[in-house]
Design a protein around this ligand. Structure first.
Ligand code: SF4
Length: 77
């Protein structure tokens, strides 16, 4: 079975640049204030969601392993 992830967007740093939607159109949406939200906070591991997190210019997207809380992105130092 593949990993399950928990996705959070830190809306105190999100600048609404929409790179995350470009990389994972099924993973995120922007609200009226141009703040990104994960469509499914708990989701199967996904290359697109990882690419979205990596592309975010302000590292607002945080991915952890569902259950253990282990860091997926940004990776643990
Ligand atoms: S890429 Fe980052 S800053 Fe841009 S909308 Fe998505 S979460 Fe916000």
């Amino acid at each position: 079975m593949g990993d399950r992830w928990h996705i959070e967007v830190d809306r105190s740093v999100c600048i609404g640049s929409a790179q995350c939607l470009h990389h994972a159109p099924a993973g995120f949406r922007l609200d009226h204030a141009r703040q990104s939200h994960p469509l499914e906070p708990d989701t199967d591991a996904s290359e697109q969601v990882l690419a979205a997190a990596e592309s975010c210019p302000v590292e607002a997207i945080v991915i952890t392993l569902l259950g253990s809380g282990e860091a997926v992105f940004p990776p643990e130092e």
